[in-house]
Ligand binder design. Structure first.
Ligand SMILES: CC(C)(COP(=O)(O)OP(=O)(O)OC[C@H]1O[C@@H](n2cnc3c(N)ncnc32)[C@H](O)[C@@H]1OP(=O)(O)O)[C@@H](O)C(=O)NCCC(=O)NCCS
Length: 202
């Protein structure tokens, strides 16, 4: 378990898998999918997990690492992890989804990201972490800025969300640009907080 101030990162076990159906079909998916609206049945989700489990047993150099994000009171909140890890290029593509919208904008995602970055750089010896989002996702863009990622690619008008065109954005962070979690906690003034969020996302 990786212990943060507001959340812990734990193995993506049964209590997370049970919530996947809701998290794959609520507004969290709209944001993480860059504006796509789709519906997934429980059978489709189970098949996808079975495929991931099978692939992770393969001998290849492109694996993912899935963590469950858990609040300090033990509530499963979502997924943070490495969607694609290239051992050859020492490159990690990150993925993030807090499936409970009332927790958005409360610092939980940044806490999880700092844990994930320390894990990625220190434990896996990766050279570069990167992720993609769209220009409508102000929470991710703000997070990237806070944590020190650089905007590296802007694909203009490539994502369609509810009839509006947005840009796809790729952000990257090199290992030498990462000061470490403790330094970021200090710099951002992050503190433990006992209370759960009020309902209603920011
Ligand atoms: C993206 C996500 C993981 C971020 O986690 P989070 O807990 O919401 O993020 P944080 O609260 O740590 O940071 C978000 C920042 O955006 C700010 N923010 C929130 N709403 C905002 C808005 N509408 N406009 C601008 N900034 C906004 C917050 O105030 C915060 O900045 P601050 O710390 O300076 O106040 C989470 O929102 C999420 O899972 N969203 C749905 C799925 C998704 O978008 N996944 C990302 C795929 S790349």
């Amino acid at each position: 378990m990786l212990e943060g101030l507001l959340v812990n990162l734990v193995p993506y076990g049964k209590e997370f898998l049970e919530r996947d159906h809701r998290w794959m079909n609520n507004q969290a998916s709209f944001w993480s999918g860059g504006g796509e609206r789709h519906f997934m049945t429980q059978a489709m989700i189970a098949a996808r997990h079975a495929q991931w489990a099978e692939e992770s047993g393969d001998i290849n150099d492109e694996l993912g690492v899935a963590f469950g994000v858990q609040s300090k009171d033990g509530t499963p909140l979502g997924y943070f992890g490495i969607n694609w890890l290239s051992a050859h290029h020492r490159l990690a593509m990150l993925g993030a989804k807090i499936g409970e919208p009332q927790y958005w904008g409360g610092g939980y995602g940044t806490d999880a990201l700092l844990l994930l970055l320390d894990y990625t750089f220190d434990w896996l010896d990766v050279r570069k972490a990167w992720l993609m989002t769209t220009s409508m996702n102000a929470r991710v863009m703000r997070q990237m800025e806070k944590v020190g990622f650089r905007l590296e690619v802007r694909q203009r008008q490539s994502a369609l969300a509810d009839g509006v065109w947005y840009d796809w954005l790729a952000y990257g962070l090199l290992r030498e640009e990462w000061p470490g979690r403790a330094a970021l906690v200090e710099q951002l003034g992050l503190r433990e907080r006992a209370t759960a969020p009020e309902s209603g996302a920011k």
